[in-house]
Structures are given as structure tokens and as C-alpha cells.
Design a binder for this molecule. Structure first.
Ligand SMILES: [Mg+2]
Length: 324
């Protein structure tokens, strides 16, 4: 696929220096902020770069739009956040890119004016006719519940039967680990251990999962915030999803596009990297601790994200007032 080619000029990307200090220890949050400045405190600088450009907004869900909670089924976003995302989506093309299944993330977000990429981008829907990306094997034309013609993109369809088998085995073998939750996210599986009380049980859970997955060499295990994730070995991730959506929305050859991606977890780093490759845009990590990241800017938590999104929509509607 013809990804957006990095331009030789007009780059707004800051160079990243390591997050660790000379002794190899993680920096304090304040010194980390020096390398990944707050997108809120530097809002004018960010928006000066964006003036006259076409911003496309990508948002992770858990830990970005909603707080991380013990029960993954209760990870609701606030009405204020929903309203802010709705306003942003009126101003800019906006997509939610989540590890959750697309249906589940839609149940949380409940907005019709955003695009959804679920299962780490392995389940994307875009309007029919918008996509220039040709992949007959993995694209399905359909009509959504509103009667709109859409294209579903499922690069990991072949793995679906095996994923269901893995979920069954995982559930059987982890029943004794109290607090563990196996979540079916359609094209991937998430094992939550936030509610597992002691560290020994977490270690046992890890070993059980690793042992089971030895029988499934076409899958890999990755880690996140109190989760293990099982994904099929397809060359696809949140970064590829960003590229697919930019192409599908007609921005692949635009030197004017500025992708903005807000996310808090390891899997979001793939999207940050793609934005770095494009050479323009804003990879923004949501984190209240210093951590290694490809992001240029940061926001501390979902409360910061809410304030940022409100300001972003306001800037589009009233750029002069907001810039004063
Ligand atoms: Mg997240």
C-alpha cells in the first residue's frame, strides 16, 4: 500500500532523546516533560503549526477517553468527554482506534460521526467509495444499520475460528485465577489481571497463558496496562490502521494533512511511529508517569484529554479568539 511519504521539508517533528538519564534510570516526570511537552501548556505552539493544515484526529479509548477501571466492562466515558469528541468530530475527521472489538467500543462511545477501528485496527469500517485501498480478500461491502454503504476491512479473518478456540481454552485453564478476565475482542483476546489480588497469581496466570500459546505459533502475546493481549501474527497494528484510514479518507497524497493521535499504551506506540514516519503531525501520549515513547507531546490523564479536545474544537470554530 502506498503510505504517505515523509516530506523532506515542513517537518514539525521534534527529535526524541532517550527518556533515561546518564545512569540509565527513568527521568522524573518534570524532566520527561521537557522532552515530551504538554500539548495543553503548548497549545498555541501546536495550533500555530496546524494553521491552514487538515487535522485528522485519532483517539485511543481505554485510558485516553475513559479512566482505566478494574472491570473492563465498566470503562465508561463521561458525558462531557462524549460531547467533546462529538464536537471535535464535527470539526475534523475523527477515528477511535482501540484494542476492543469495534462493537464494544461503539457501545461505549455511541457517536455516529466518528470512524471506528477495533481489535487494534483489525476491524475497520469506512464509507463505501472513500477507500482507494484495494484488498478484495479482506474488504467486505455492506450496508450499516442506518442504510449507509460501508466497507469493512478485516485483515485477520482467517484467524477467527482459532481465536474462538483459544478463548475457550483460556477460560477453562484460568478459572482458578480469581479476578482474571478473558475478553473476546473479536480479532484479538485480552487477558485482564488488574483485579487479580496477589502477584504470585499474576505470575501463574502469565505462565498458563504462555504455555497455552506455545500451541498456537501463529499468534503473539503482548503486554499493556495490567493486560496481556493475544493477537494473530498479521502485519497489522494501530499504526497500519492509521495509514489505512488516512488513505481511505483521501489524505494519502496530501502534504497538508496533520494526523493527531492520542493514546496511553504500548500498542499506541505503533501509531506514534507511523506519524513520525509521515514526518508531520502530533503523536501525543497520555501518561502521568515518565516512560519511553515515540510521542512528541504529552497529556497527563483523561481529564487533560478532555480539556485539550474542548480547546481543539473551540480553536477550529473560533481560531482568532482561541489564539489571543
Ligand atoms: Mg489505551
Amino acid at each position: 500500500m502506498g503510505y504517505l511519504s515523509p516530506p523532506s521539508t515542513h517537518s514539525n517533528m521534534k527529535s526524541i532523546s532517550p527518556t533515561k538519564d546518564e545512569k540509565g534510570e527513568l527521568c522524573s516526570y518534570d524532566s520527561w516533560l521537557g522532552k515530551h511537552p504538554s500539548a495543553l501548556d503548548n497549545f498555541e505552539e501546536v495550533m500555530n503549526i496546524a494553521e491552514g493544515k487538515e487535522i485528522v484526529v485519532f483517539l485511543d479509548y481505554d485510558g485516553t477517553l475513559s479512566p482505566i477501571v478494574d472491570d473492563p466492562d465498566q470503562a465508561y466515558m463521561s458525558d462531557a468527554m462524549r460531547s467533546a469528541v462529538r464536537e471535535v468530530a464535527y470539526c475534523f475527521p475523527t477515528a477511535i482506534v482501540s484494542g476492543r472489538s469495534k462493537d464494544k467500543v461503539y457501545e461505549f462511545v455511541k457517536l455516529r460521526n466518528v470512524y471506528y477501528a477495533g481489535s487494534h485496527g483489525m476491524d475497520i469500517s469506512t464509507p463505501l467509495g472513500s477507500s482507494k485501498y484495494e484488498d478484495q480478500k479482506h474488504q467486505i461491502k455492506a450496508v450499516d444499520e442506518k442504510g449507509n454503504h460501508v466497507v469493512h476491512f478485516h485483515p485477520a479473518t482467517d484467524f477467527l475460528p482459532t481465536i474462538q478456540e483459544i478463548i475457550k481454552v483460556l477460560k477453562e485453564k484460568t478459572t482458578r485465577i480469581k479476578g482474571s478476565i478473558i475478553e473476546d475482542n473479536m480479532f484479538c483476546v485480552t487477558i485482564h489481571y488488574r483485579r487479580v489480588k496477589n502477584d504470585e497469581d499474576v505470575d501463574v496466570l502469565r505462565e498458563i497463558v504462555k504455555s497455552i500459546m506455545k500451541g498456537y505459533p501463529n499468534f503473539n502475546i503482548s503486554g499493556g496496562r495490567k493486560v496481556m493481549e493475544i493477537r494473530p501474527n498479521v502485519n497489522w497494528d494501530k499504526g497500519r490502521a492509521v495509514g489505512y484510514l488516512l488513505e481511505s479518507l483521501g489524505f494519502d497524497n496530501s502534504n497538508n494533512v496533520l494526523p493527531m493521535y492520542l493514546g496511553d499504551d504500548k500498542t499506541d506506540e505503533d501509531a506514534f511511529k507511523v506519524i513520525r514516519q509521515i514526518g508531520r503531525g502530533f503523536p501525543i501520549i497520555v501518561s502521568s508517569i515518565a516512560k519511553d515513547t515515540e510521542a512528541s507531546y504529552s497529556l497527563r490523564d483523561p481529564a487533560d484529554v478532555l480539556t485539550f479536545l474542548i480547546r481543539l474544537a473551540k480553536w477550529k470554530k473560533e481560531p482568532v479568539t482561541e489564539n489571543k
